[in-house]
Ligand binder design. Structure first.
Ligand code: SAH
Length: 377
């Protein structure tokens, strides 16, 4: 018999995030075929699955008691078995004249997560979470300080999108009623550390009606610290998703400190994987670089960054997205001086590197990049 317990502490050897009871199973966890199998298991004909999906993805209705074209007793059973409530709203805060909305959600086991809806002229973006907490421990990021609570289920990821589309449909965001155009995995968690749930959720975002939200892959951004084997796997999915790589430093000495997973996959390895991603998918990769005063924001750092990113002598594969650091409570890092920002940008442009400075939405509600901590009394 193999002993799977730790000989010293007699504890089970569990390397994955703890699961205090799995999240309840939901329609959003299932593939199209699995949904058909599920309705058959309830004694319904297969075509009922499409009917149910039309309620959800076309009409944004996830309360099974309102699926009035189904027999009443089936609605009850369906509600209990496949449409449990996954997200319970705890608080909601708005900023930027109502155009930025941060929602704190509680999950079935009490875990908390946040998502942030941002309306821009002509488009609406949702920043979603892939994990409750995060295990990557980047010292400047609020989420990183609390550690990983657990992975989100596929359905818990999809439910954030449904909730946002419902808010938009109800006219709760001033000036717009349409659906989401963009989804960015830039909330809590490391999406590539929860790969199968994230890719399953993405397939639901992309699936045409009635089986999904019918979104465009170009509108979906997966942001990662740089888990190299998972970047390769993502490239091989054959989906033109946008990849964002959180680089934040051009040298290993500095990146080891800012993004600790760099000790596993270093700057050269992550940039090469990102370049490969661009070759395979024909999608320009976004390099995220949080500007930190007197840490990574000198002209010399900008020259080093340009050297690191130049691949086969060209820049066509990449775009640098500078993020003014959002200081988190107790952090010793703060945002760069405006003059240093300008010099950094000018240096990159001097090399021909495409570069933009991210606007910082939702700062005053702690809803900006890296501020999601999901603390609640
Ligand atoms: N785990 C993913 C998603 C995290 S959040 C990743 O690391 O890419 C999305 C972006 O916000 C990342 O680039 C992250 O490094 C950045 N970020 C984290 N804390 C920040 C802060 N305090 N200020 C600005 N950006 C921050």
């Amino acid at each position: 018999m193999t002993d799977t317990t730790d000989p010293v502490r007699r504890l089970p050897l569990v390397f994955e995030a703890p699961r205090r009871g799995k999240p309840p199973k939901h329609w959003f966890d299932l593939s199209v075929d699995e949904r058909k199998d599920a309705v058959v298991a309830m004694g319904l004909p297969r075509y009922r699955a499409d009917q149910i999906s039309r309620h959800v993805f076309d009409r944004l209705e996830d309360d099974a008691s309102r699926f009035t074209d189904l027999p009443a007793e089936i609605r009850v059973e369906l509600g209990q078995q496949l449409f449990p409530r996954l997200l319970e709203q705890v608080t909601q805060q708005t900023a930027d004249a109502g155009r930025t909305v941060k929602t704190l959600w509680r999950l079935h086991d009490g875990a908390l997560l946040e998502s942030v809806l941002m309306r821009y002229p002509g488009r609406t973006t949702l920043c979603i979470s892939s994990q409750a907490g995060c295990g990557m421990a980047c010292p400047f990021c609020a989420t990183g300080q609390g550690g990983l609570k657990r992975n989100l289920s596929q359905a818990e990821i999809v439910a954030q999108v449904l909730a946002a589309d419902q808010m938009l449909a109800q006219g709760l965001i001033p000036g717009t009623t349409g659906r989401l155009n963009n989804i960015v995995f830039m909330g809590m968690g490391e999406p590539l550390a929860n790969y199968s749930a994230v890719i399953g959720a993405i397939r639901t975002f992309l699936a045409p009606g009635p089986n999904g939200f019918g979104m465009s892959a170009r509108g979906i951004t997966v942001s990662t610290v740089g888990l190299v084997p998972k970047i390769r796997q993502l490239a091989d999915e054959g989906l033109p998703l946008t990849l964002a790589l959180s680089l934040h430093a051009p040298t290993d000495a500095l990146r080891d400190e800012l993004v600790p997973i760099n000790e596993r996959w270093n700057v050269e390895e992550v940039v090469e994987a990102a370049w490969q991603y661009a070759q395979t998918t024909k999608r320009r990769v976004s390099i995220e670089y949080a500007m930190m005063r007197d840490i990574n924001d000198s002209v010399e750092h900008a020259h080093q960054l340009a050297r690191v990113l130049r691949r086969r002598g060209e820049w066509g594969w990449v775009h640098v997205n500078l993020i003014p650091l959002n200081p988190t409570p107790g952090s010793r890092w703060t945002a760069s001086r405006k003059a240093d920002e300008r010099a950094f940008i000018a240096t990159l442009e001097g090399h021909g590197v495409p570069v933009t400075l991210r606007d910082t939405r939702g700062q005053e509600i702690d809803g900006a990049c890296g501020q999601l901590a999901a603390t609640h009394p």
